[in-house]
Ligand binder design. Sequence first.
Ligand SMILES: Nc1ncnc2c1ncn2[C@@H]1O[C@H](COP(=O)(O)OP(=O)(O)OP(=O)(O)O)[C@@H](O)[C@H]1O
Ligand SMILES: [Mg+2]
Length: 260
Amino acid sequence: MSADTAPALTASGVTVRFGGLTALDAIDVEVAPGTTVGLVGPNGAGKTTLFNVLSGLLRPNEGAVHLAGRDVTRLSPTVRARRGLARTYQRSELFTELTVRENLVLAYRARRRTHHLALDLLGLGRRRDEQEDATVDGLLARLGLDEVAAKLADSLPLGTGRLVEVGRALAAEPDVVLLDEPSAGLDEHETELLAEVLRRARVGSTVAFLLVEHDVDLVLGLSDHVYVLDFGRCIAAGAPEVVRADPAVRAAYLGTEVET
Ligand SMILES: Nc1ncnc2c1ncn2[C@@H]1O[C@H](COP(=O)(O)OP(=O)(O)OP(=O)(O)O)[C@@H](O)[C@H]1O
Ligand SMILES: [Mg+2]
């Protein structure tokens, strides 16, 4: 398979065992360029475990991870990031002593590796670059963060911090973004902003998203394709409307709300 036609990201036969527990059982996931893929499932289904395998934090017992057709199973999270994989972190991973805008600028420069991080930390704001400004300011505007751009990252409410995380991931101009429950802690307005940002990020771009979310309606509304995990197994996969109607999915979600 050539790099042009390869999926942006794949997991093939990924199995993870924690002692006697099989947290993931031969899971196959494929994320095509320019698409949004949802990953849902009840508590303990294995979503975060798969996410950790894809981002390189956890080595699977079996199976492989490919990024743009290249095997990255044994590569570190840092190397995967340089190869175009971005992810959102908990808010505490933001540079709290820097402003919102500076956090995005660092992410933009880190991927391009045009600067040394330490020099950036010392010299932020000294140097101006039109393309950098356009990318960063465009993202700030789209995320509704213009008004807090000059504020320190640790002075923000939780919901705003989550949006900054998404902005920081996108500022790296990644090929694939892993979003770990990005709507957690967001209010309704912020959730709508986030959904709009994710929709618009794809226009004229080949960036792909893998979305781990508890907000099922948000995932089904945004995704081209959805995988449903339950007890480490993939119990359904397909277009959102197909997955929503699937009896096995409804059974797994019994007691939680999947609206019809
Ligand atoms: N480091 C670990 N050691 C042992 N068991 C673990 C470990 N991490 C996860 N597990 C177990 O693996 C299973 C899958 O957990 P995981 O966190 O991936 O689920 P999840 O789908 O992300 O759930 P949630 O929706 O609650 O976040 C669970 O039974 C969990 O208890
Ligand atoms: Mg989880």
